[in-house]
Design a protein around this ligand. Structure first.
Ligand code: CTP
Ligand code: ZN
Length: 153
């Protein structure tokens, strides 16, 4: 089957093979939110030969840095990045897990100093694998986050 779900783009970034249902979290990680000006198209829960079902996000006219793109692996470890120029894919790569992330995960521990309103510090998490799944561990209080997508800032 080869159905074109969303149009090809001339220039920008295509994030393909996103874990089904996670496209909105991916948008959050790359900083696209209500009021953003970029032209964005996405598809959720479409057929994929490799994955059964998958999500896709296409952002036109925007080139996103590798560090930001690699953070997508926290919620969609199989995502592939395609950088497009003049309708051609000029670069394709798989996202890879960062070892640590600053500021993008909110610590679930209310008493953690990263949640202190009087003395704000940026959150800092180490990324680890536990029983084959990706977890984030707060550098300040040690709290482990198992469902990272739910705790994106
Ligand atoms: N794409 C796009 N605009 C372009 C070129 C490609 O939106 N001008 C998108 C395609 O729709 C697809 C992704 O970029 O979602 C990757 O394209 P391509 O490598 O041609 O597809 P596949 O071979 O299926 O990719 P893969 O090998 O990564 O499975
Ligand atoms: Zn904490």
């Amino acid at each position: 089957m080869n159905v074109l779900t969303v149009s090809k783009i001339r220039e920008g970034t295509v994030i393909d093979h996103i874990t089904a249902g996670k496209a909105l979290e991916v948008l959050k990680i790359i900083g696209i939110k209500s009021g953003s000006k970029e032209r964005v198209s996405m598809a959720m829960n479409v057929e994929s030969r490799k994955m059964g079902k998958k999500d896709i996000v296409k952002v036109e006219g925007k080139f996103i840095g590798d560090e930001e793109l690699n953070r997508i692996s926290l919620i969609a470890p199989r995502a592939t990045i395609n950088i497009i120029k003049e309708f051609e894919i000029i670069r394709k790569f798989n996202v890879s897990l960062p070892r640590e992330v600053e500021g993008i995960i909110r610590c679930p521990n209310q008493n953690c100093m990263s949640n202190d309103e009087k003395e704000p510090v940026k959150s800092f998490f180490r990324i680890e694998e536990e029983d084959g799944r990706v977890i984030a561990r707060c550098e300040y209080c040690g709290k482990k986050v198992y469902d990272i997508g739910r705790f994106l800032v």
